[in-house]
Ligand binder design. Structure first.
Ligand code: ME8
Length: 509
């Protein structure tokens, strides 16, 4: 099956931080998970290069616009490349290809008579690039996400009415209980739909915002950043208002958007209604996550400056442990705190669990068995039960798991549980004692075999999170590093040469 996974496209008014890294890592983890199950995946990420806040940031830098865009967008792409994210397409909203699709979409909707011009007064938060209602603000009149008071703005603009589709959207959510995951966010969207929807202002006068896509029907205006940005999800896969959309339709049929809750309304209210106007079905799923909270327990954000720098983390521990930690620690029910100290704790947990197991067993067979995998001929019931338990757990998740936060949370937790179980088995069986007694040779070999084969299963299961570590483990077990979601126990062949390499998780202070 062909799947399409997207991340939000990020504003370029600041440097990427762990929040952006997380959503993009999550997409890569889900892509690898799907590929292991034999699905084809097209994965996009990228940058949102227009709008007032990018424009202000460009003016502050005093750079030529295209140089600014290239430099800032390049910072995101460099980070995602450094993190070895396997994206298939990097979106630039300033590309001609994207701009053409925005114009095509607007023109189509305009000609359908769905856009009207009127004068408007409202409170505008530049951080969100959205008009706010007084009820959206905190007790100080600030935007809760940006801790800044929005500005009162009065201007003439073009509007796209939403109210006429409110009941349709409510019905859609109620009849597609899996559309928004986790479910509590669907409830939140239904809450947003409890009141009539204001018309969406889809233009900005060029006198205020010049960094954007010209409206095709009035070049005194540019397109509102969100109307432009959301279109990336269809421009990236070649949608057009006229002609053959067969390739587009095939890719769009199984599309999952990943996002944090800050942009839930734009994705779960504006976007499906825009798509309906274009004659396109809503994306198959939205996967929504909470916030990483930085210092002060508030949402980590470029504007607030309380960010964890992904390069600092990668220098300290490498990318794989960061990927694993983020997927394991993101809360399913709310937000999650993050700091360098918490990341170090996560790293040490991996070192004590998978790292320790691999090093102990490989060193032991290097010493006593010339580094060769022993025979499986004398496995006892408890050895087989351990291997079957580990294999069945991973088999179930890979076979029936549907991409979601729950899935990455459960899989990462089961990997740590399996590591703990095998470590406990190893400690109880004490193979270093068995090794000293020639009469216990068969038992010794069975324990070593069981530990090695369990480690192999863990390596395969952990691949979406830690692709390099997974391959290193498989190579250390004398396996080729081709990864498939196959979880049969007792696969290692007797006599296979293993290798004690460098520690998987070297000591960090
Ligand atoms: O909203 N915790 O861009 P943006 C978790 N351009 N995730 C976080 C995060 C945090 N503290 N901070 C950022 C925009 N993110 C628009 C999107 S899409 C058509 C247009 C991640 O740079 C998370 O995925 O503000 C969030 O939704 C996104 O970055 C917002 O990025």
């Amino acid at each position: 099956m062909k799947k399409y996974i997207t991340t939000p496209i990020y504003y370029i008014n600041g440097a990427p931080h762990v929040g952006h890294a997380f959503t993009t890592i999550l997409g890569d983890v889900l892509k690898k998970f799907e590929q292991m199950r034999g699905n084809d995946v097209f994965y996009t990420t990228g940058t949102d290069e227009h709008g007032q806040k990018n424009q202000s940031s460009c003016q502050e830098c005093g750079m030529a616009v295209q140089d600014f865009i290239d430099m800032r967008s390049g910072n995101f792409q460099k980070l995602f490349d450094a993190m070895k994210i396997d994206y298939d397409f990097f979106v630039h909203t300033s590309s001609q290809q994207h701009k053409n699709v925005v114009k095509d979409a607007l023109d189509y909707i305009y000609k359908k008579g769905l856009i009207k011009k009127k004068s408007y007064e409202g409170l505008y938060c530049e951080g969100c690039e959205q008009f706010k209602k007084p009820s959206d603000l905190d007790e100080h009149g600030n935007c809760p996400d940006h801790q800044k008071a929005p500005k009162l703005i009065t201007e003439e603009n073009y509007f796209f009415p939403l109210e006429q589709d409110r009941q349709w959207l409510i019905d859609y959510i109620n009849t597609h209980p899996d559309w928004i995951k986790p479910k509590r966010f669907a409830k939140e969207v239904l809450g947003m739909l409890a009141e009539p929807l204001d018309d969406l202002c889809i233009s900005r006068p060029k006198s205020r915002v010049w960094l954007g896509v010209d409206l095709p029907f009035d070049d005194d205006f540019v397109t509102y950043i969100w109307f432009d940005a959301l279109i990336n999800y269809i421009s990236s896969i070649g949608w057009k208002s006229q002609g053959d959309n067969a390739a587009f339709n095939e890719t769009w049929a199984h599309c999952t958007h990943l996002l944090a809750k800050d942009i839930l309304k734009t994705h779960a209210v504006y976007w499906p209604i825009m798509l309906k106007a274009l004659g396109i079905e809503p994306p198959e799923h939205l996967i929504v996550h909470g916030y990483w909270l930085g210092e002060g327990g508030i949402k980590m954000s470029k504007s607030l400056g309380n960010v964890v720098d992904p390069y600092e983390v990668m220098d300290l521990m490498g990318i794989d442990p960061l990927r694993f930690y983020l997927c394991n620690a993101m809360s399913l029910s709310g937000d999650a705190q993050i700091s360098i100290d918490l990341l170090k704790q996560g790293y040490k947990q991996l070192a004590n669990n998978i790292g320790n197991l691999q090093m102990r067993v490989l060193k032991m067979i290097a010493k006593n068995l010339d580094g060769k995998v022993p025979s499986a001929a004398h496995l006892e019931a408890e050895d087989k039960a351990l291997l079957e338990n580990v294999a069945n757990t991973f088999e179930r998740i890979y076979k029936y798991g549907e991409p979601s936060l729950e899935l990455v949370n459960e899989l990462s937790a089961e990997i740590l549980k399996a590591g703990d179980a095998v470590n406990a088995y190893f400690a109880t069986q004490a193979p270093w004692v068995l090794a000293k007694d020639e009469s216990k040779r068969e038992r010794y070999e069975a324990v070593i075999y069981t530990t090695l084969d369990a480690l192999r299963l863990i390596a395969v299961a952990v691949y979406p999170f830690m692709p390099s570590i997974a391959k290193k483990i498989l190579v250390s077990l004398g396996q080729n590093d081709e990864i498939k979601a196959e979880f049969k126990p007792v696969v290692l062949k007797e006599g296979t040469q293993t290798i004690v390499g460098d520690p998987l998780f070297p000591f960090i202070a």
